[in-house]
Ligand binder design. Structure first.
Ligand SMILES: Nc1nc2c(ncn2[C@@H]2O[C@H](COP(=O)(O)OP(=O)(O)O)[C@@H](O)[C@H]2O)c(=O)[nH]1
Ligand SMILES: [Mg+2]
Length: 258
């Protein structure tokens, strides 16, 4: 379980230079401080890498983003599925951190707008695509009672459809962008399938021959290997905290924090 999951790192895709970032901030901060204060917000926003959190409804995006942002999800009050973009900020020591943009999983117009925002208008530095190996919590249609249910096969099919849409957006962004983009496939809810974690990681890994992998391979060839790094990491928002810690370590590496 602690063995590193599939990790594909492209040669020459070193982490963004910390020195370069520091220099531009230091230089800019002084002039902004003495000048127009409204520039400050923009300046500091630039310090934290932005991360899109994608994946279908009920898969565990909000929970995971809350864990990463050290925020407690209100028990009971949390509605599965959200139609609006959720923003979470993780502030860590030494002024490092992340801005997470949780893209709504529901196929509403708001989702399209959110996808445009994170992959086009204000392109993110990285993407956490959340999957749950067929364990997404089905969303009940408003006004109906009884438990919504879907088989694992149906869930995996829905997840695949969701992934094709997102993968195309990521490919388009990677092609357009001058700098490399990273993608982490976060296989969450592993507490629900603790004995199948290796199988799940395999299913979501490039080159594994699964339907999900086929789309991942397509994304890699569209985007170009040097432009995109892909990690597959098992996590859970409910159980083993070591898995979240491993994800955080990887995010820090990918963002040049360490
Ligand atoms: N067992 C378990 N349940 C989880 C985990 N992550 C999320 N959930 C549950 O799955 C449901 C959907 O999670 P949520 O984060 O709202 O999904 P979202 O629609 O993708 O934002 C909620 O009832 C969560 O409590 C996890 O790691 N393990
Ligand atoms: Mg949510």
């Amino acid at each position: 379980m602690n063995r590193p999951a599939t990790r594909i790192l492209r040669a020459g895709m070193a982490t963004p230079g910390r020195a370069a970032l520091g220099t531009s901030i230091a230089g800019g901060a002084l002039s902004a401080l003495s000048g127009a204060p409204h520039h400050l917000g923009h300046l500091f926003r630039g310090r934290f890498p932005t991360v899109a959190v994608t994946g279908m409804t009920g898969v565990g995006k909000t929970r995971l983003a809350d864990r990463l942002a050290r925020r407690t999800t209100p028990e009971g009050s949390a509605d599965v599925g959200s139609a609006v973009m959720e923003n979470r900020t993780r502030r860590s020591a030494k002024g490092r951190g992340f801005r997470f943009r949780v893209v709504p999983g529901d196929n509403a117009a708001t989702r399209l707008g959110a996808l445009d925002q994170v992959f086009h208008d204000e392109p993110v530095d990285g993407v956490i695509h959340v999957v749950a190996f067929g364990h997404a919590t089905p969303r009940r249609t408003a006004g109906t009672s009884g438990t919504a249910s879907a088989t694992r096969e149906e869930q995996l099919a829905a997840e695949l459809e969701d992934w094709s849409i997102t993968a195309h957006r990521i490919a388009a962004m990677a092609v357009r962008r001058g700098k490399p983009v990273w993608l982490v496939i976060a296989v969450t809810k592993t507490d629900l399938f603790a004995d199948q974690i290796a199988d799940a990681v395999e299913y979501y890994s490039p080159g594994s021959g699964s339907p999900f992998a086929a789309k991942l391979d397509e994304l890699r060839s569209l985007a170009g290997g040097a432009r995109l790094s892909i990690d597959v990491l098992p996590v859970t928002a409910e159980g083993d905290k070591k898995l979240i810690a491993a994800l955080e370590t990887r995010l820090a590496q990918l963002s040049g924090h360490v």
